[in-house]
Design a binder for this molecule. Structure first.
Ligand code: GLA
Length: 725
């Protein structure tokens, strides 16, 4: 049993194979957090200590007892209003304007299976592999009801949390802040690992020592953003890649978020993950409910590598859905860096011919095929095929591509409208902008109000009309600006961004239902919406607009802490690289792109004969190892921000196969040798390196490592395949 309730002492215990999570309803009906960490037996309510703390108030109903304070006790869902002065998980503004709430325990329910969240992405699991706990809390004065939802995937060592906030009172209330997870730690010294970045340089790892005060990250951009990924790790100070305690916390949501980590006056730590409080004032009328998006939690005492595998597995098996979730992905040739806007139908057919010749499975016609779209200043929203530009209908073009034995994919950006577009001229009121103010421009485009069903419905019909024109097997769903000027003619502004996100999810749900065979790849200026929420609808996401192999080693390193390689869109592009001007060998570019879904983003017509031969070999090699990359356990072998090389490897579940990749990032005179220690192998198994035929024991490869060749030239890459003898 994964969820246990002990009636005699009101303790709830969530057990997974290696972790325990415990909480208790105390004598006053407060829900206190007791423990989350490695699996233990028995009750941990003895961890609660009570002292008279100066300036930490006491709830009225504890009488004269000054040792009882919500300001000091570990909480499960701290609301503003009970004398807890730390960051709150929930802030409610009542009808009289007061900001207060006092949640007390009402009841619970335990059931088989994992709860689902209407309208929102969430972890799913077969009925027999998960359990759900619901704990109902209520503020007796305002009648605000909060249901805390816990999902337990025992085998996966995963716990999920969400919250349902319902107004059972008679008057409107406003939810001013809502998190889905609060983790309180009464003891411990922690670092917070976050993943910051910018367009074309996403998910750089930062490890911050948590000291007194509050460290927070989040997004106000309407998307999860390039700037901070909505997934963080709370690690004990001594935790490393291979050892030590760490907690992962990933928000299953693609919009504005807030993550706060606080060390309080008593040296206790609180981690909160939830909806961004800025630009959020969610009114609930009598009877209405708000669902706070889910958080995925994982814990291990085996270091960051193990934590990453927990999350990667969870996302692969319990988030990604649809036909392609567990299927080989097509190797793509994308037209963007090959031609940008400068293409016609013949260009696409020529790319398809090249693709066929090189063994590439699919050609993707990126931006520029619709409306008046010769550059990125116009045309968005006018989803009519530009047949003049293509020189034929879309159906005819697809037939010509398919005739080469090559699949066809297409780019769309449904949430956007160009100022210079028919759609904007006809429906200026469909845009998110504040009446009477000039809107903030981003890439010279505006954002459609996807919180509105009529707007979504119109775009949905237009997009379907395109997708119905031929055998389209892939869609790249892009989103190329941050949202500003929050306002909607249809709803209070404090609701817009949350409802917008639910609108996007609704659109994607309908699209995937109508086209179950189409593979959708998410994208937002590369990895600006690379989050667990999007992966529920699109099993892969374009990782970054930066295709430079050296930068990609680092971007993909940061991405790997939570996200599986099966989700990481990665392509080989031309040199000099269009983002950095760097020249890196085709071999290295191939090795780096093989840490993801693999494809090309260049014009093969510009390759030499030798390069084409190399591409053919790369595609062949990728197809041989694609399953291992898609389903294998993933290990980081170096820190590319510190070490001379970037290294990573995949190991099949049975430990019989491994693929090791190393890229030298630094080269100096009289170069020192880098030794890479492999991971995840079986120590007593003999492995053969497939090219040299040399055999090594797993223990030797893992404990002693292998030397990376010292060779002239920058950014050389090596790939070794090992198979159990
Ligand atoms: C974004 C994407 C690119 C490309 C362009 C097209 O920047 O990340 O891959 O699709 O849009 O405009």
């Amino acid at each position: 049993m994964a969820v246990i309730y002990q009636r005699e002492n009101h303790i709830f215990t969530l057990q997974t194979e290696h972790t325990t999570y415990q909480m208790k309803v105390d004598d006053f009906g407060f829900l206190l957090h007791l423990y989350y960490g490695g699996r233990i037996s028995g009750n941990t309510d003895y961890l609660l200590t009570y002292h008279d703390r100066g300036f930490s108030g006491n709830p009225f109903d504890v009488g004269q007892d000054r040792t009882y304070s919500m300001d000091a006790l570990p909480r499960e869902y701290p609301e503003l209003g009970t004398g807890d002065y730390r960051n709150a998980a929930l802030v409610i503004r009542n009808a009289d304007g007061s900001e207060s709430c006092d949640l007390r325990y009402v009841g619970y329910e335990i059931r088989k299976g994992k709860y689902a969240l209407p309208g929102l992405p969430a972890v799913f699991a077969p009925e027999e592999e998960a359990e759900t706990l619901e704990i109902l809390l209520e503020d007796p004065v305002s009648k605000v009801e909060v249901t805390l939802l816990y999902g337990v995937l025992e085998k996966e060592d995963i716990i999920t949390r969400s919250a349902r906030i319902r107004n059972r009172g008679k008057q409107e209330i406003v939810v001013e802040k809502a998190a889905s997870t609060c983790l309180d730690f009464v003891t411990g010294e922690y670092d917070l690992l976050t993943f910051y970045g910018r367009h074309a340089m996403e998910r750089n790892l930062q490890r911050t020592r948590l000291e007194h005060g509050c460290f927070s990250i989040g997004s106000r951009r309407g998307t999860s953003s390039h700037q901070y990924n909505p997934a963080v790790i709370l690690a004990e100070r001594n935790a490393t890649e291979d050892s030590g305690s760490c907690y992962g916390c990933a928000f299953v949501y693609s919009g504005n978020f807030l993550c706060q980590a606080e060390k309080d006056q008593f040296g206790q730590t609180r981690l909160l993950m939830g909806l961004q409080e800025d630009l959020f004032h969610y009114p609930l009328q009598a009877g209405e409910t708000l669902i706070v998006p889910e958080t995925i939690l994982g814990y291990t005492d085996q270091g960051l590598g193990n934590l990453s595998n927990l999350f990667q597995r969870c996302i692969r098996n319990h988030i990604c859905r649809g036909k392609y979730a567990h299927q080989a992905r097509p190797v793509l040739l994308n037209s963007w860096e090959a031609a940008y806007f400068d293409f016609d139908g013949e260009t696409i057919v020529r790319l398809a011919e090249d693709a066929a010749h090189l063994g590439i499975d699919m050609v993707v016609m990126d931006d520029g095929w619709f409306g008046k779209r010769e550059d990125d200043n116009s045309g968005l929203g006018d989803w009519q095929v530009n047949e003049k530009k293509l020189g034929c209908t879309l159906g005819e073009l697809i037939e010509r591509v398919n005739a080469q034995g090559v699949k066809f994919g297409i780019w769309i950006e449904p949430e956007m409208v160009s100022e210079d577009s028919e759609l904007n001229r006809t429906h200026p009121d469909w845009v998110i902008r504040i009446p009477g103010r000039k809107p903030v421009r981003g890439r010279n485009q505006l954002v459609l109000d996807f919180s509105r069903e009529d707007v979504r419905g119109y775009i949905f019909d237009r997009i379907c009309a395109v997708l119905d024109q031929g055998n389209i097997e892939y869609v790249k769903w892009d989103m190329n600006r941050s949202i500003a000027d929050i306002f909607s003619t249809e709803r209070p502004q404090g609701k817009v961004l949350y409802d917008y996100m639910l609108g996007v999810y609704d659109f994607l749900e309908k699209l995937t239902a109508r086209y179950p065979d189409i593979l959708i790849e998410g994208c937002s200026g590369g990895g600006g919406r690379f989050d667990v929420g999007m992966l529920y609808y699109t099993p892969q996401i374009w990782c970054s607009d930066n295709t430079d192999a050296a930068d990609r080693v680092r971007i993909q390193y940061g991405t790997s802490f939570f996200y599986p390689a099966s989700a990481v869109g990665a392509h080989v592009s031309a040199v000099p690289n269009h983002q950095t001007g760097r020249r890196i060998s085709l071999n290295t570019r191939g090795v780096v792109a093989m840490a993801g879904t693999f494809g090309y983003e260049l014009d093969p017509g510009k390759l030499t004969w030798e390069e084409k031969e190399t591409v053919k070999e790369q595609v062949g090699q990728y197809k041989k190892v694609a399953d291992l990359i898609r389903t294998g356990d993933y290990y980081r072998l170096s820190d590319p921000f510190r070490d001379d090389c970037g290294g990573w490897m995949f190991v099949s579940e049975d430990g019989a196969r491994a693929l090791v990749s190393v890229v030298m990032l630094e080269n100096h005179g009289n170069m020192t040798v880098s030794y890479v220690k492999l991971k995840g192998l079986k120590p007593d198994t003999l492995y053969r390196e497939t090219v040299s035929g040399k055999c090594y024991y797993g223990s030797a490869l893992m404990k002693a490592g292998i030397p990376v060749p010292v060779e002239m030239g920058e950014y050389r890459a090596y790939q070794w395949e090992f198979a159990a003898c």
